[in-house]
Each structure stands twice: as structure tokens, then as C-alpha cells.
Design a protein around this ligand. Structure first.
Ligand code: HGY
Ligand code: MN
Ligand code: MN
Length: 410
């Protein structure tokens, strides 16, 4: 068996091991600043060191591993992805990219490169615990928002307190930031999380750009009341109001050929025989076209306000995340395409990413280049997320070829 396929089998085994670090007995859930975050990063650190990398944790809990160049005549190349997961996740979203980066540097162990290569496991890309996202990569890019320290998780724990409990000092967050002059590029290999590569029978594809995304928390307030005594005409029902808003959101996205998702909705102090006085829900709006995204956000909010007014409800909206759409670097995409051709003999397929990635934050620091790996039926954010060991082998060979291409290009 060739070394890339052997390494790909090991990557699959390592992904199985990482999947055991979960807050849930049935399914994978690993959130920022939790015991599972610590377990996973200790394991990743061990694999980094076994691959001959120098490893350290930064001030926001990202795990780093460096292949040191004997004569770094060029800025550092960063390759990474995220180790955190959504709730009830698959094994490969984020984590595959970290394992591929470590394996690629292991394959290049005897090769002296003209730049350091830093592998990074970003500790929070999904925002599962605090609803804000790209925490790890935002800190590295120097765009960490200080107000994130006061956002709370479901138990009312602030991010600042969670950092202190984890052993991190929020006063040091800025030390995680890298200088643009010290970094040459950011590369990420990630499962496609969509059906395009499978439909075109490709193992890998080059990413043209990453959709922009806006996330909101919305609080609808009406008047709680007795379910048996208050006539409908006198109600200020917060849940019915939210339902009409959510229906409008779905209608608007469909009409404008974009995506908008209400992923969470709940009625605090709700009860079967009480008219809901409060309803809270989240909203995630995305588009590869930034103008379309900005316009949609404005139009949707105007419509939700109109629904609230008509129903005599209060509506409070907080924008908890706002990442503009990013075009990947043409130069890096061409080098990815050359690497794909060298490994597969095929012309690389170029495709956009509807999913968000750490590249949205890293693009404010340096050039971004991404490679997608085929995943079965495009399923992701789900336990059925699956990749083939052969495709992982192709992705590994392509990443190695990409690093070699970058070192020759200099
Ligand atoms: O939400 C996303 O697109 C990514 O999985 N965080
Ligand atoms: Mn994800
Ligand atoms: Mn991801």
C-alpha cells in the first residue's frame, strides 16, 4: 500500500478517536472551552509532536504545530481547520482538515522548506456554545470582538468566565494575533458539505469563494395569559408572532434564491396552558453575493418589525455575527488546481462554498486558498457525514503537492 493511502487509513482512525471526545454519549458534540475541547487538543498535540512538529496552545485555546524551516527566507504558511463541532455532528467537518495538515507535514518530514509551516486546530468555528462563531480564527486574524467576552452560553456562563475556568486569561487574547507580514497564506482542506463533487465524480475540488453570513438572536415579547380565558382578538401571542416572522423569512429566501435558516426557537417560561409571552429565535442568512446579503438583511428586518407592530409585539434584534463573503486568492487557487492536476490528471473543478469557514476571518489577515473533499451525498452537520479513504488519500497527496508548489514558487 502506498504511503499516502497508509496515512489516509491512519487519518480515518484518528478521526474516529477525536469523535470519542464528545459531551454526548450518543453522537458527537464538542464545544469551545469544554472538557472535550481540552481532551481533543491534548490528543492533537500528541499527534503533532509525533509528526515532528513543535506544538503550543495560544491565548484563546487554539492548538498549533510548527514544522520549523532551517532557513526561513519567507513568511510562515498557516494550514488549518477547526476541532469544534455542531451538536450531534459528523466526524469530518473541520477535524479532517487538521488531520490532513499534520499528515502532510509528516510526509514532508525530511524536506527542508523555505518557510515555517504552522498547523492550527481552531478551537471554535461553529459557535455551538456561544452562538458567535470563528472565535479562534478571529483572534489569530486580530479581529476578536471584545464584546464576545460577555456573551453567555445556555447556562448563563460568559465566554470570559469560561476562558478563565479553562485556564486562559482574557487579558491575553491579543497575543494570539499574527502580523500580516509574518504570514504568507492560509490554506484549509475541508469536506464539501454539499453534493457537487459527488455529482461530478471528483474526489477534490478548488474553492472559488466562501459565502458571507449574518447571524441574529431575536427576542419577541407579547403578553403571557391564560390559554382558556383570553380570546384570540385580545392576545399578544409572542410565539404566533414569531411563527409569522419565520414563515416570512422562509418565503423571502425562496423568492430571492438564497438561504436563511431559523435553527433555534424557544419560549422561556412556556407551559402548555399559557399564551407565550416571550419567544426567542436565531436567524442565519447567507449569500456569496455580499450586496444581496446586505439587502436581504435589511428587507427581512423591516418585514419582521412590521409583523411585530401589527401584532402589538416588541421585537429586539441583536446581530451576533457578520462575516462578509470572501473570494479565495486566484494565485492560490491556481496552485491548488496545478496540484490537483498533478495528483489526479484532471482539470480541477472550481466551486463556491455555501458553508462558512475559518477562511472568512483569516481573509482579513492573509490570502486564503481552500480545497474541498467529496463527502457522501453531501451530508454534513449530521452523524451520517462520510468520506472515503481513497478521497482522503487524494486530498493528502494534493495538499503535499500544494506545499511543494508553494515552496518552488518562491
Ligand atoms: O455554519 C457554517 O457554515 C459552518 O459549518 N460553521
Ligand atoms: Mn460546520
Ligand atoms: Mn466546518
Amino acid at each position: 500500500m502506498d504511503s499516502a493511502l497508509l496515512a489516509a487509513h491512519q487519518i480515518m482512525e484518528y478521526a474516529d478517536i477525536l469523535a470519542t471526545f464528545s459531551a454526548d454519549d450518543d453522537g458527537i458534540t464538542r464545544a469551545y472551552l469544554t472538557e472535550q475541547h481540552q481532551q481533543a487538543h491534548q490528543q492533537i498535540q500528541a499527534w503533532m509532536e509525533h509528526a515532528g512538529l513543535l506544538s503550543w496552545e495560544d491565548s484563546v485555546g487554539n492548538q498549533w504545530g510548527r514544522k520549523v524551516s532551517p532557513n526561513p527566507t519567507l513568511p510562515t504558511l498557516i494550514i488549518g481547520s477547526h476541532s469544534d463541532t455542531v451538536t450531534n455532528a459528523g466526524k469530518y467537518d473541520g477535524n479532517l482538515g487538521i488531520l490532513l495538515a499534520i499528515a502532510a507535514l509528516d510526509q514532508l518530514r525530511e524536506v527542508a522548506l523555505p518557510f515555517h509551516v504552522d498547523v492550527v486546530a481552531f478551537a471554535d468555528e461553529e459557535g455551538t456554545r456561544f452562538n458567535t462563531t470563528l472565535i479562534g480564527s478571529s483572534a489569530v486574524a486580530g479581529i476578536y470582538q471584545s464584546q464576545w467576552l460577555t456573551v453567555t452560553d445556555r447556562d448563563g456562563v460568559t465566554m470570559g468566565d469560561a476562558m478563565r475556568k479553562f485556564g486562559l486569561d482574557p487579558a491575553n487574547i491579543a497575543s494570539a494575533a499574527r502580523r500580516a507580514s509574518d504570514v504568507s497564506a492560509y490554506l484549509e482542506v475541508h469536506i464539501e458539505q454539499g453534493p457537487v463533487l459527488e455529482a461530478n465524480n471528483r474526489a477534490v475540488g478548488v474553492v472559488s469563494g466562501i459565502a458571507g453570513a449574518k447571524r441574529y438572536e431575536l427576542n419577541v415579547t407579547g403578553t403571557a395569559g391564560h390559554a382558556g380565558t383570553v380570546p384570540l382578538s385580545l392576545r399578544r401571542d409572542a410565539l404566533c408572532g414569531a411563527a409569522e416572522m419565520i414563515q416570512f423569512i422562509e418565503y423571502y429566501a425562496g423568492k430571492h434564491d438564497m438561504v436563511a435558516t431559523v435553527g433555534m426557537c424557544h419560549t422561556p417560561q412556556g407551559a402548555v396552558n399559557v399564551i407565550p409571552g416571550k419567544t426567542q429565535f436565531t436567524l442565519d442568512i447567507r449569500s456569496e453575493n455580499q450586496d444581496k446579503l446586505e439587502h436581504a438583511a435589511q428587507e427581512i428586518m423591516v418585514a419582521l418589525e412590521r409583523i411585530a407592530k401589527h401584532r402589538q409585539l416588541q421585537l429586539e434584534v441583536s446581530n451576533i455575527y457578520d462575516a462578509p463573503a470572501v473570494l479565495c486568492s486566484e494565485g492560490l487557487s491556481q496552485l491548488w488546481a496545478d496540484a490537483v492536476h498533478r495528483v489526479t490528471g484532471q482539470e480541477a473543478l472550481l466551486l463556491p462554498s455555501g458553508a462558512g469557514h475559518d477562511g472568512l476571518a483569516m481573509a482579513t489577515l492573509t490570502e486564503v486558498g481552500m480545497l474541498f473533499v467529496r463527502c457522501e451525498k453531501g451530508i454534513s452537520h449530521h452523524p451520517a457525514e462520510q468520506v472515503s479513504v481513497d478521497d482522503v488519500s487524494v486530498a493528502l497527496q494534493t495538499l503535499v503537492a500544494m506545499i511543494q508548489g508553494l515552496s518552488l514558487k518562491q
